[in-house]
Design a protein around this ligand. Structure first.
Ligand code: G
Ligand code: G
Ligand code: MN
Length: 530
């Protein structure tokens, strides 16, 4: 209807005039000729003796009424049509504006994520070769923090202009996907070298100083590049590939570009799977305590156990702490794991002789956490495990990061009656400062001092034992194995070493296997006594 009217604006009046003429014509025809025939044909009485004036009056009256009944609705209809047309056009205009808004970024005037995805889909549907460069600004947050959001916006606009210029230069399209994330899209095949050059130039251009905000701001950019048909065939997958490549650069130090690499993505996915599996492992208490006996010297009877974390995987295999502790550290799950280990260890120990001690390894993050001593004490009270039979082991590395906090926490533990052992002593800092200023009760001489067949380190062990004696500290020798028999345990006892630990007395084992060994009389490993 719209088109019809636009093409032929005088069609409606013409149509009206024609209709009117037809009506008048028909009236005349009826009044002067047809009426008599029809009445006669219908066999109805008819007095055709009318004056012409009468006939004309009838023609005019009937035509006049017909005209009124035609023109009024036509005018009303016409008005309605015009107003509908106006609304329709207004709607079209609004729709166009909304679509523009929805596809463009109002700050930078670049196409936004939606516009970019539409374009990408369109080009992929045309089977075009596409390369995309996902650009994420480095340290943009610092700019926002230093110069406020308006300063940040100024930088974004400037970056957008620089990217627009690069896009124009290489026949591409620039987009702002959101925040400080931009994208360049290039059509048709470009080799790796050309793309590398463009990416390098882009990083360089973005890193150049900014005029606004006027304070010299150094920005960087990390770029991930992906190519259609090589890396992915679908728009969102292609963007995901560029994202993965970009994150690779972020992890490797920023201000660099990377092409998407399948293998890297596979590794990332494996890491994410492992992270997830470990989250579940902590939640479901798959991280279990293993217990390694600690014996007193010279009798070599078991006085306690070191608690060592193991991952009892659902498939029956056992994971070692070196494989999962660093991951749990990164995931911030060490406190949760330690809590669960303490719970499980205390419950296992409740079935054993009530003189046995437990020794727990505590990581750096925990030993400097202000709440750790109180929480541990609270948990031990809850588990009804006496503080005097509990010990925490820390390494010197764990202490040095935040010595003040560590010192406060060790004193607190001490006040509760929980003892503290310095683990792996002799291989790290071995600082006298730590030994003399911190509340440390025990030194655990690292197992590397007791290597197989070597007595080279014994003078050093002797010196450590002498020092411990002077400082009134207890000493545990770690890593005592079968091949040290019978000489080493005896030598250690004679030189004032209080405790020993190692495969000779038992490997780290599950709580269930310990129960039988320590239930009744506290027997020592038969071999050890010989
Ligand atoms: O047997 P093993 O491989 O368990 O021990 C390797 C190291 O892992 C130990 O020396 C210890 O430092 C660390 N480790 C073992 N269990 C735990 C634990 O529960 N918490 C922390 N923080 N470290 C542990
Ligand atoms: O926390 P610490 O570093 O002390 O952990 C003890 C580690 O030493 C555990 O991984 C444990 O399996 C390991 N271990 C304990 N006894 C021996 C031993 O006699 N020989 C060797 N090679 N390793 C031991
Ligand atoms: Mn230890």
């Amino acid at each position: 209807m719209n088109d019809l009217n636009r093409r032929n604006p005088c069609r409606l009046p013409m149509l009206l005039s024609l209709t009117l003429l037809t009506i008048v014509g028909l009236s005349i025809l009826w009044e002067f000729h047809l009426e008599a025939y029809v009445m006669h044909w219908l066999n109805l009485p008819y007095d055709g003796d009318f004056e012409d004036a009468e006939r004309w009056r009838f023609v005019l009256t009937s035509s006049g009424f017909s005209m009124i009944s035609l023109i009024v609705p036509t005018i009303v209809l016409k008005r309605m049509v015009t107003s509908t047309q106006l609304s329709y056009r207004r709607l079209q205009r609004i729709q166009f504006q909304t679509e523009t808004l929805a596809k463009y970024d109002s700050l930078s005037a670049l196409i936004n994520r939606r516009g970019f995805m539409d374009l990408l889909c369109e080009r992929l549907a045309q089977h075009r070769c596409i390369s995309i460069m996902l650009i994420d600004l480095d340290h943009f947050k610092a700019i926002n923090d230093q110069h406020g959001h308006s300063g940040g916006d100024g930088v974004l606009v400037e970056v957008a202009d620089r990217l627009k210029h690069i896009a124009r230069l290489h026949g591409g399209t620039a987009a702002r996907l959101g925040g400080d994330e931009f994208c360049l899209l290039f059509l048709d095949y470009r080799d790796e070298r050309e793309l590398s050059d463009i990416a390098a130039t882009t990083i360089q251009r973005v890193s150049e100083a900014f005029v606004e905000p006027s304070t010299p701001v150094r920005l960087g950019a990390t770029i991930g590049i992906s190519r259609s048909w090589i890396d992915a065939t679908e728009a969102s997958a292609l963007l995901h590939c560029a994202d993965t490549a970009m994150y690779r650069g972020k992890n490797a130090g920023r201000s660099m570009f990377n092409f998407y690499d399948n293998e890297y993505e596979r590794q990332l996915r494996a890491q994410a799977d492992l992270d997830q599996a470990l989250r579940h492992a902590v939640e479901r208490e798959e991280i279990v305590p293993f217990f390694q006996p600690i014996v007193t010297l010279p009798s070599q009877t078991i006085v306690g156990f070191e608690v060592l974390a193991r991952w009892a995987r659902p498939d029956g295999s056992t994971g070692m702490p070196t494989d999962f502790i660093p991951i749990l550290e990164r995931l911030g799950l060490i406190p949760a794991m330690t809590r669960s280990l303490v719970k499980q260890a205390c419950r296992a120990a409740s079935f054993w002789d009530d003189t046995l001690h437990l020794s727990l390894n505590v990581s750096a993050t925990m030993i400097t956490d202000e709440l750790f001593p109180d929480r541990l004490a609270e948990q031990l009270r809850h588990e009804r495990f006496p503080y005097e039979r509990f010990e925490v082991e820390i390494t010197e590395e764990a202490l040095v990061g935040n010595l003040d906090a560590a010192q406060r926490n060790l004193s607190k533990l001490h006040a509760y009656g929980i003892s503290v052992a310095l683990d792996d002593f002799g291989i790290g800092y071995s600082g006298l400062y730590h030994l003399t200023r911190l509340s440390i009760d025990k030194i655990k001489i690292d197992r590397s001092f007791f290597e197989a067949g070597s007595i080279d380190h014994l003078p050093m062990v002797e010196a450590i034992l002498g020092m411990a004696r002077s400082l009134k500290m207890k000493v545990t020798a770690e890593g005592i194995e079968d091949f040290h028999l019978p000489y080493l345990p005896k030598w250690l006892a004679e030189n004032g070493c209080h405790y020993a630990q190692g495969y000779l007395y038992g490997r780290p084992q599950a709580g269930s296997t310990i129960a039988a060994a320590v239930h009744a009389p506290l027997t020592v490993c038969a071999a050890a006594q010989n």
